[in-house]
Design a protein around this ligand. Structure first.
Ligand code: IPM
Ligand code: MG
Length: 362
């Protein structure tokens, strides 16, 4: 049966980079027998412009009920900054994660050997880097209730959010992380703040308990402040990191930058059945939107993750990854990874990946 892929370009550079990823999907359909249909829908600011809401009902229906997987570009832009919070583009993204119960967010940080020079860290610290951050994505302080801004008796305002994790939420992200670790180097570092937060105390306890089902995986614990330091000091000590929503948001940006460009890194957000949403780690980059300068590789690599985790096509996933590696070998660079100079355009990069795919032996 044909798979249905929801295509959500979103805002800023989103549409440009998603166009290139769609070229890659089309190539897989034409030349490599991928059986997939695509349906495009608005989300984020584009959703607000089209339907008055960052997550229009029809987009949600497509993603939740009909699609087998979702490919998302990016959301957000300065023109939406003054909207009420519940209508901001980010709400569309958070709403999708939550409605689809995409609790497990896989964010790899891989240094391509061809890009060793693009990192701001010394080559010996980052060469060969390959870590996976498993970020809990539908709980914690980003979703906890109560939240808001209230007025105190003295007239002063107070902002408040709630950091809360139920045991089952910790348990399912723990299992997801252990499963990932089993397929990699079997080392799992759980990052928390158990010296201060009760939530982290429970988190740690559940991580240890679930670990009894995975005796082959070596579990360690690290406080988040130390983890942020260790990530830039000696990142190769890590294999898989599992952490709460907010800590994962922050640490995954750091990890991404170790590799030289956030423009290279894909991500997968999975539910308990492996249905998922795939998106680049980077944002909508409004400053370069519409200029044909953005790096489409993170989005193209997100398609590879989709083929691997949701569509059961690991061989096609590898083809994409090899094609990307090939264009890097050929010296193609977009501005973000071009050493100081100016690089190729978004479309040139996408075309080069498609050409590299076509040149592979069938
Ligand atoms: C991310 C982003 C989002 C998040 C924003 C856009 C809501 O920073 O995917 O990391 O905080 O999760
Ligand atoms: Mg983030």
């Amino acid at each position: 049966m044909s798979a249905l892929i929801a295509i959500l370009p979103g805002d800023g550079i989103g549409p440009e980079i998603v166009d290139e990823a769609v070229k890659v999907i089309d190539c897989l359909r034409d030349d490599f027998g991928l059986d997939a249909e695509l349906e495009t829908a608005p989300v984020g600011g584009a959703g607000y412009d089209a339907a008055g809401h960052p997550l229009p009902e029809s987009t949600l229906e497509l993603c939740r009920r009909r699609a087998d997987a979702v490919l998302l570009g990016a959301v957000g832009g300065p023109q939406y900054d003054d909207l009420p919070r519940e209508l901001r583009p980010e709400r569309g993204l958070l709403g999708l994660r939550s409605a689809l119960e995409l609790f497990s967010n896989l964010r790899p940080a891989i240094l391509y050997p061809q890009l060793a020079g693009a990192s701001s860290l010394k080559p010996e610290i980052v060469s060969g880097l390959d870590i996976m951050i498993v970020r809990e994505l539908t709980g914690g302080i980003y979703f906890g209730q109560p939240r808001g801004i209230r007025e105190l008796e003295n007239g002063e305002r107070e902002g408040y959010n709630t950091l809360v994790y139920a045991e089952h939420e910790i348990e399912r992200i723990a299992r997801s992380a252990y499963e990932v670790a089993m397929k990699r180097g079997r080392k799992l570092c759980s990052v928390d703040k158990a010296n201060v937060l009760e939530v982290s105390e429970l988190w740690r306890e559940v991580m240890i308990r679930v670990g009894r089902d995975y005796p082959e995986v070596e579990l360690s614990h690290m406080y988040v402040d130390n983890a942020s330091m260790q990530l830039v000091k000696w990142p190769k000590q890590f294999d898989v990191i599992v952490t709460k929503n907010m800590f994962g948001d922050i640490l995954s940006d750091t990890a991404a930058m170790l590799t030289g460009s956030i423009g290279m890194l894909p991500s997968a957000s999975l539910d308990r059945n492996g249905k998922g949403m795939y998106e680049p780690i980077h944002g909508s980059a409004p400053d370069i939107a519409g200029n044909n300068r953005a790096n489409p590789l993170a989005t193209i690599l997100s398609v590879a993750m989709m083929l691997r985790y949701s569509l059961g096509q690991p061989a096609l996933a590898e083809r994409i990854e090899q094609a990307v590696s090939r264009v890097l070998d050929q010296g193609l660079r977009t501005d973000d990874i071009a050493d100081g100079g100016s690089g190729v355009s978004t479309r040139e990069m996408g075309d080069a990946v498609v050409a590299a795919l076509r040149n592979q032996e069938k």
